[in-house]
Design a protein around this ligand. Structure first.
Ligand SMILES: Nc1ncnc2c1ncn2[C@@H]1O[C@H](COP(=O)(O)OP(=O)(O)O)[C@@H](O)[C@H]1O
Ligand SMILES: CC(C)(COP(=O)(O)O)[C@@H](O)C(=O)NCCC(=O)O
Length: 243
């Protein structure tokens, strides 16, 4: 069994895999890391290996806890990866984005794949049919957009998202909701369209904390998969163990 851990800027996601099957998934705040990981390790004593992807600074304590008694890998560009990394600055590439590209290779070999991860930030990651990772883009996520409008103005309240979003906002609240949510959807649909005009046979995967809220509102057809990053990490772990 494998313990797979993704530390993002908002939350920690953890899954236990038996081969390629996900047995359990949980998410929690980084401050609860020690308690939650100890619980999972106790519940699955058969766990033999673990992998960590982190995009936050200083995870020494988390690494120490995870690697105790396990074969352990921390995701870095030095690991064996199932794609050629064409990013101009591979050392600064987010580890989460490496995992997403690996998941794209594992799930859709020899296909052009765009992975959209709507988390703290939205990341767009593209790998082509030749298993080359070319890069993508980074933009502010849903919560970050609401926070930015509040933080950098004197008059705008801090909102969170709601189900009912109008096109024409007729109040401060509905105007902010329209700008943030419709703006984000147009960005995502526009980006998918731009990739589709370059790569006709494009597969699009949508994942991340805001996957459910956003994916049902998109005009483009996408595959929603909330476990995609964790599946990519599990694949990298197995890929390196069997090298
Ligand atoms: N319970 C929750 N706590 C925090 N964020 C949440 C929650 N539910 C949904 N979200 C949304 O998920 C986003 C974070 O997604 P996540 O995939 O956890 O990010 P990251 O991988 O960057 O840690 C936030 O922008 C927020 O809009
Ligand atoms: C872009 C990110 C902040 C996204 O993090 P997340 O929203 O998943 O927490 C992360 O992938 C990162 O720190 N990237 C480094 C820069 C780069 O990928 O080029």
């Amino acid at each position: 069994m494998n313990l797979v851990v993704d530390i993002g800027n908002t939350s920690v996601k953890v899954a236990v895999f038996q081969d390629a099957e996900l047995l359990e998934k949980t998410s929690f705040s980084l401050k609860d890391f020690s308690e939650k990981i100890s619980e999972i390790k106790k519940k699955y004593p058969q766990t033999g290996a673990a992998i960590l992807s982190s995009v936050v600074k200083d995870v020494k304590n988390e690494v120490n806890l995870l690697q105790k008694g396990l074969y352990f890998l921390q995701l870095s560009p030095d690991l064996a990866l199932p794609f050629r990394n064409c990013y101009a600055t591979p050392l600064t590439l987010g580890k989460d984005r490496i995992a997403l590209a690996a998941a794209a290779v594992a799930a859709f070999p020899q296909k052009n794949v765009l992975v959209i991860d709507a988390g703290t930030c939205i990341t767009y990651d593209f790998k082509n049919a030749k298993e080359e990772y070319l890069g993508g883009s980074i933009s502010p996520g849903l919560e970050m957009r609401f926070k930015a409008l509040h933080k950098f103005t004197a008059n705008l309240p801090l909102l969170t998202t709601e189900e009912d979003v109008k096109l024409i906002g007729d109040s401060t609240k509905s105007s902010i909701l329209s700008g943030v949510v419709n703006g984000m959807l147009d960005e995502i649909d526009g980006t998918i369209n731009a990739y589709r005009s370059k790569y006709e046979d494009l597969t699009v995967i949508f994942t991340g904390g805001d996957e459910q809220f956003l994916s049902m509102r998109l005009k483009n057809g996408i595959f929603a998969n909330s476990n995609f990053l964790l599946e990519g990490l599990n694949y990298i772990l197995e890929f390196n163990r069997t090298q």
